[in-house]
Design a protein around this ligand. Sequence first.
Ligand SMILES: Cc1cc2nc3c(=O)[nH]c(=O)nc-3n(C[C@H](O)[C@H](O)[C@H](O)COP(=O)(O)OP(=O)(O)OC[C@H]3O[C@@H](n4cnc5c(N)ncnc54)[C@H](O)[C@@H]3O)c2cc1C
Length: 290
Amino acid sequence: MKGFEYYAPHSLEEALSLLDNWKEKAKVLAGGTDLIVQMKNGNARPAFIVDAKNIPELNRLELDDGKSLYIGAAVPLSKIITFPPVMERFGILYQACSIIGSMQLRNRGTVGGNICNAAPSADSAPPLLCLGAKAIVARLGGNRIVPLDTFFHGPGQTALASNELLVGIEVPAPPTHSSGCYLRHTPRQDMDIAVVGVASLLVFASQKNRCQEARIVLGAVASTPLRVPQAESILAGRVLTEEAIEEAAERAVEAARPISDMRGSAEYRKEIVKVLTKRTLKRAWETQSI
Ligand SMILES: Cc1cc2nc3c(=O)[nH]c(=O)nc-3n(C[C@H](O)[C@H](O)[C@H](O)COP(=O)(O)OP(=O)(O)OC[C@H]3O[C@@H](n4cnc5c(N)ncnc54)[C@H](O)[C@@H]3O)c2cc1C
């Protein structure tokens, strides 16, 4: 590994000054489960490392106003999945975060690192997009809010400038009478990344089985996580049926733009999109709370 200087600031201000000085020569370190691997294999060669783990604002995990969830960018995944409001009210996010890596990895790795690394297969991204999450981004002199649907620019590319830091993620509470499901397919059972991931969220009208709104996001089948309005519009305003779900899954397949790689061919990925879209929609339907 190439040599680097390591800094562990205890304030946000200090971290932002360091990033402002060094810009693209610096990298933020959260859990390091992506970054250290990339540094070891030569794909990242930062001259300066700014460790985010001691910054108070990045370690906050709270349910603000009893509604929206705030996840500090340095909060480990293991803390997120044992936070009762996440388990009870943000089930779709809980499902995704609890299958990332292993217990050891979840003790270090963060949702912040998962989205800043911007792998198309990042498991937390589809549920966060389904829930309408926003990134809170800071630079010296101010903060800005970036809706997650404009955060991902391509593999390893995000809306963050080199002097900016992700402070946290704000996740609105799921709408009343909604139900969601995240599923992924991996060739190995554990410690593997998604060949395809699908998050589906259904919002029900007060009448049983009538879908008011659908949100469907695909992972690992395009250069960024992909929301599929073509599939969502099939279900919105309709009484759910097996046929409607089948049709929505077909639309999701049409929207997917997968590549072929060692984990699976593009054709195989499209087939998995169909299976997982149907499966997530059916599970969300079966668990509706009307
Ligand atoms: C064995 C193994 C299994 C894995 N399994 C999975 C899996 O099942 N699913 C999955 O999605 N991923 C998986 N991963 C990838 C990785 O563990 C996750 O992406 C994890 O969430 C990354 O978080 P981290 O805190 O370790 O990020 P880090 O490695 O610390 O950072 C990742 C990137 O984000 C940047 N960054 C981090 N925090 C900030 C911030 N606050 N502001 C700006 N930039 C920041 C870093 O500079 C770096 O470029 C796996 C990795 C390994 C090694």
